[in-house]
Design a protein around this ligand. Structure first.
Ligand SMILES: Cc1ncc(COP(=O)(O)O)c(C=O)c1O
Length: 279
């Protein structure tokens, strides 16, 4: 499931919103491959992949990833940086894949990034890690050792404990996250003017607010962009979300559901109220 900025978004809040939402996320694999192919020039050095994704929660299936790696095979100067941070935060029958697994010929030019912030709930411990070609890792070490030196030894020991310790809590956490995802998707799809697809992983949803563009707030301000909409939510209802313009795909916004079910229910009620008040 991927986001495609060129696809039209649904402009009504209809009963088959969910279907519409799913449709606007779908992208033709050939189309995606063509776009990547077109974007690559002789000067291109890296392609960054992040699946499941922040901000959309969308994840690449094996076939999706294969479409990308097939393009990369034709361009040996392009290295792959894969941010696998949400590898373990996936739902339903989604199967995480990483590029070098799908295309082993890319192994030598793949830099794999990961960390303990998400699956192990260790945001703030500041531990991320990378694996890649020895020469590249050596160069990264050179830069890092002159800037941050290293993350604290206590954080490093905690990360080792997280990675080597029991992993069963991850499935329990994911079950709770999935419930929260479903709650938020359902409540946003019940909201006048919003359309929210169901993502495969991470803990974000990325609804479209296209149908709200041009509407007026009770204070008389016209909502012209997702920035306007997000400011309106914050100012009138105290709900914080992130405008899609920050991620390069508008008019959408990102909602994080990494918070309590009570807070999410209240926030979605407030979003519903704010949208209903637009005229
Ligand atoms: C895709 C992705 N990669 C990396 C990070 C970095 O996480 P941290 O700085 O907490 O290790 C984040 C955090 O939001 C993320 O969403």
């Amino acid at each position: 499931m991927k986001y495609d900025g060129n696809k039209s978004t649904p402009d009504t809040n209809s009963a088959d919103n969910q279907t519409n939402a799913d449709n606007y996320l779908e992208v033709n694999l050939q189309e995606m491959a063509d776009k990547i192919e077109k974007a690559i020039t002789p000067k291109t050095k890296w392609l960054i992949i992040n699946s499941p994704s922040n901000p959309t929660g969308a994840g690449y299936s094996h076939d999706d990833m294969k479409a990308i790696t097939d393009v990369l095979l034709k361009h040996p100067q392009v290295w792959v940086m894969t941010d696998d941070m949400y590898e373990l935060v996936v739902y339903d029958d989604f199967k995480f894949v990483t590029p070098a697994q799908v295309e082993p010929k890319l192994y030598e030019r793949t830099l794999t990034l990961n960390g303990v912030s998400k699956a192990y709930c260790m945001t703030g411990w500041r531990v991320g890690y990378a694996a890649g070609a020895p020469a590249l890792i050596k160069a990264m070490n050179k830069v890092q050792s002159q800037s941050t030196t290293h993350t604290s030894s206590i954080s490093q020991a905690a990360a080792v404990a997280a990675l080597n310790g029991p992993q069963d809590f991850i499935a329990e956490h994911n079950a709770v996250f999935r419930e929260r995802r479903d709650l938020v998707v359902e409540m946003l799809n019940q909201t006048e003017g919003l359309s929210c697809p169901t993502p495969d992983g991470a803990f974000y949803v990325y609804p479209s607010c296209a149908a709200l563009m041009g509407k007026k707030t009770p204070g008389g301000k016209v909502i012209e962009t997702d920035d306007d909409f997000i400011a309106y939510l914050l100012e009138t209802e105290g709900v914080a979300a992130v405008q899609g313009s920050a991620f390069g795909l508008s008019p959408h916004f990102r909602v994080s559901y990494a918070t309590s079910t009570e807070a999410l229910t209240e926030a979605c009620k407030r979003i519903q109220r704010a949208c209903a008040a637009l005229g």
